[in-house]
Design a protein around this ligand. Structure first.
Ligand code: NDP
Length: 403
């Protein structure tokens, strides 16, 4: 039983904290801190009602490193779980270094003024974490997170080498709004408006955002259009599965979403550089976030399923030549809401954040330094996916994907 400190009080944090409270043998003493304390208190009240567990709450600006260090010293957690925004990754890592405590997150660091999804800022902390004999586990959400664990499980149990990899992320949920994002709108829109990039023959191939479209029939959802995108696990997968000839990431978007996004982009509302408005600088995308629905408010109306998986082609471990496997999870928005009060996009991220935390706290995964999720044994994580609400299936396909 360990003490844990969670930072951030959005949808992902809410799910992770509920699931931690449902596993009291691992997470005995849960502390939750965020910029707005009332949001922590609302999560704590829901956790108390649903599980009977107590969660202590605090107000913190995670970008204030000395304040974070004080909070960590006061709470004395074994692990700090960063479920705030990617902008806070480095200050929270600095605070963990100073206080000598392990760190975990679900999204790589992004500077506020450029939409760059790269690990090098955080990888640069490796030697300092190693020297301090503490561990950072990066990217323990669904994608990044489970998609990399799926890949490494296939590499351990089915394929000796992986030649081609496609990650398919489908949200078949309908929230009844004409335009809303399923997680933080600012982060989501930065991600989908960035140019697409995929890994091919040892280099990155860039294409304009949303320019490569492909139909796919998703089990539990039906036929959807998916678009080639850049996603941060491609960088860690290219590093830890060096034989990959091609790795791509696809995400589904409905026609209504694309139409709204195109207009918002065309009129400049997705810009991340400040513009002057009535004598003061505002960032259009931050203003847009303020007028869009809060993702956490969509939970009660969202119906349908998510279906996220990995298709990998490579040389089979059993010597049967080239084989293709499809491994995936299907998650129901209404079931996720009934269990934790949050929709499936938060659920599919918050559950793996809890599982990654359990891996660190129980010592199933350990090391000194900064690690990506690909570097550890996938088996105990995969077992917990099955027992903690995100069951997965694996099937053999007739051949490689033809798109
Ligand atoms: P939300 O915007 O709902 O929540 C973010 C929380 O962080 C809010 O409570 C916010 O506070 C808090 N916060 C922001 N800035 C600070 C700060 N300076 N100090 C303290 N707290 C702060 O986001 P989500 O819950 O949707 O996402 C959380 C994280 O999960 C993000 O990093 C996102 O990129 C990642 N993610 C990862 C996925 C994956 O599969 N790997 C998928 C989806 C999300 P306030 O309430 O005051 O604004």
């Amino acid at each position: 039983m360990s003490t844990i400190l969670v930072i951030g009080a959005g949808g992902v944090s809410s799910v992770a904290v509920h699931k931690m409270a449902m596993n009291p043998a691992i997470f005995g003493d849960i502390h939750l801190a965020s910029r707005t304390k009332s949001k922590c208190d609302a999560i704590a009240a829901s956790v108390q009602e649903r599980t009977g567990q107590n969660v202590a709450t605090y107000e913190i600006d995670a970008e204030e490193v000395p304040a974070m260090v004080n909070l960590i010293r006061r709470v004395q957690p074994k692990l700090v779980v960063n479920l705030a925004l990617p902008y806070q990754d480095l200050p929270i890592m600095d605070a963990c270094l100073e206080a000598g405590v392990d760190y975990l997150d679900t999204a790589n660091y992004e500077p506020k003024d450029q939409a760059k999804f790269e690990y090098h800022w955080q990888w640069a902390y490796h030697d300092r974490f190693k020297d301090a004999a503490i561990m950072a586990l990066l990217g323990s959400g669904f994608d990044p997170g489970v998609t990399s664990v799926f890949t490494m499980w296939l590499k351990k149990h089915k394929l000796k080498t992986i030649r081609r990899l496609d990650i398919l992320d489908c949200n078949g949920g309908d929230h009844g709004q004409s335009f809303a994002t399923n997680f933080n709108p600012e982060i989501n829109i930065r991600e989908v408006t960035a140019p697409a990039r995929h890994w091919e023959n040892g280099q990155w191939v860039e294409t304009p955002a949303m320019s490569v479209k492909q139909g796919f029939d998703f089990e539990g959802v039906g036929p959807r259009n998916m678009y080639l995108m850049y996603h941060e696990e491609l960088e860690s997968l290219a590093r830890f599965v060096p034989e990959l000839e091609r790795a791509r990431f696809w995400m589904t978007f409905g026609d209504e979403y694309i139409k709204h996004l195109t207009v918002l982009q065309n009129v400049g509302m997705t810009r991340i550089d400040p513009v002057m408005y009535e004598g003061r600088p505002i960032v259009p995308l931050q203003f847009l976030k303020a007028v869009l629905p809060e993702p956490s408010s969509l939970g009660s109306t969202t119906k349908g399923k998510t279906n996220i998986g990995v298709i990998a082609t490579g040389e089979a471990l059993d010597g049967s030549g080239e084989q293709t496997f499809y491994i995936k999870n299907i998650c129901d928005h209404e079931d996720a809401f009934a269990e934790t009060g949050n929709q499936a996009v938060s659920y599919t991220t918050g559950v793996p954040a809890m599982i990654g935390s359990a891996m660190v706290l129980t010592g199933a995964w350990q090391g000194d330094g900064v690690f990506n999720i690909e570097e550890f044994d996938p088996d105990p994580f995969m077992d917990m996916l099955n027992s903690q609400g995100l069951p997965w299936t694996v099937e053999q396909l007739a051949g490689p994907v033809e798109f």
